[in-house]
Design a protein around this ligand. Structure first.
Ligand code: ZN
Length: 339
């Protein structure tokens, strides 16, 4: 990352005003894409300055520059902690979230160092969108959301803000809000099933591939979350249930994506998932380096010089000490030196 830094921060040079705007937009996108997550495939590219990767986002960034506005990003993420204690410390955000939020704020500040109006990132928490499917209680989603807002304030992460389903003025309960969301934005189950079926490894259709990838990924997460210690159900019955749930989750997720796009039409869409070259979303790292784990499916472990994410059950096999935060909540693990 450091080696690329000098080379990539060189300004693009050209003459007319609109060229200058485009050049600045490309510099900003290159900065963001230094921390992107790329899907590994034959058509993946390795340069954060890749023009094909920039192109879907160029108009939005250029528009903000022309209007001297902040570059606005939206990121559906931070839904709530996994309900599986083998993965996480508890239901509240902890050091894992603190690390990710701090990185995302730093990224916006890095943009400000090359573009004075700066950047802002809206975390579009999707916990309420899926809580009933993934088995997180409404109460825990609420507590998680409140705590994320509190951390943003406490850590003075001024580039970050949050938006979630509760912010939409549907005068109803959470089930009704989800029902309204799917009614307005949701896609048809049969057409989704077709896309998933056709989107295997040999598919060349980006939309079908994405549907297939989401289906497999979500099914795996849902199964993992139900395989907690003491679970008495068989793995095959859990798998069967999770396949049905995965389809529901994708419909909700896509509906949430459409709602966000309508609410923030000028914003550049980030994703926690790796993307292909030229994607409409930019896959973004959450800790400033590649890790396939997310803070809400893991525990932060301090290794002596940095934090890494691990599953709770894996940390417990190590010689590591649990650290509490100033409020007495479990925060993270500290790896003990070998002797
Ligand atoms: Zn590319």
């Amino acid at each position: 990352m450091k080696i690329l830094d000098n080379e990539l921060s060189k300004p693009y040079t050209s003459s007319s005003h609109s060229d200058q705007v485009t050049d600045q937009a490309r510099s900003i996108l290159t900065k963001v894409m230094q921390f992107r997550r790329m899907m590994i495939s034959e058509d993946s590219c390795d340069s954060p300055a890749c023009l094909s990767c920039h192109n879907p986002h160029l108009d939005k960034v250029s528009m903000a520059i022309k209007q001297k506005k902040k570059i606005r990003f939206v990121l559906p993420a931070f839904p709530g902690k996994s309900p599986n204690p083998a993965k996480v410390l508890g239901y509240l955000p902890d050091m894992a979230e603190k690390q990710a939020l701090t990185f995302l704020n730093d990224l916006c500040q890095q943009i400000q160092s090359i573009y004075e109006p700066g950047a802002e990132l809206i975390i579009c928490s999707d916990g309420r969108v899926f809580s009933d499917i993934v088995g997180i209680s409404e109460k825990h989603v609420t507590s998680y959301q409140i705590e994320i807002d509190r951390l943003i304030e406490e850590l003075n992460l001024t580039a970050l803000s949050t938006f979630n389903l509760d912010d939409i003025d549907i005068k109803s309960d959470f089930d009704q809000a989800r029902y309204e969301l799917v009614k307005k934005y949701g896609q048809d189950l049969d057409s989704l099933k077709d896309k998933v079926k056709n989107g295997g490894a040999r598919s060349s259709n980006a939309e079908e591939k994405e549907a297939n990838r989401m289906y497999l990924g979500l099914t795996r997460f849902l199964v993992e979350d139900l395989m907690f210690p003491g679970q008495t159900r068989s793995k095959s019955s859990i798998q069967k249930e999770c396949k049905v749930k995965a389809y529901q989750a994708i419909i909700r997720s896509n509906a949430w994506t459409d709602l966000i796009a309508e609410k923030f039409p000028e914003a550049i869409r980030l994703s926690i998932h790796p993307q292909i070259c030229g994607s409409k979303k930019i896959g973004i790292q959450l800790l400033g380096r590649e890790t396939w784990m997310t803070p809400w499916h893991a525990v932060a472990v301090h290794t002596g010089n940095e934090f890494v994410l691990m599953k709770h059950r894996e940390v417990k096999k190590l010689n590591a000490k649990l650290v509490q935060d100033e409020n007495g909540h479990s925060s993270h693990y500290e790896l003990m030196p070998q002797n």
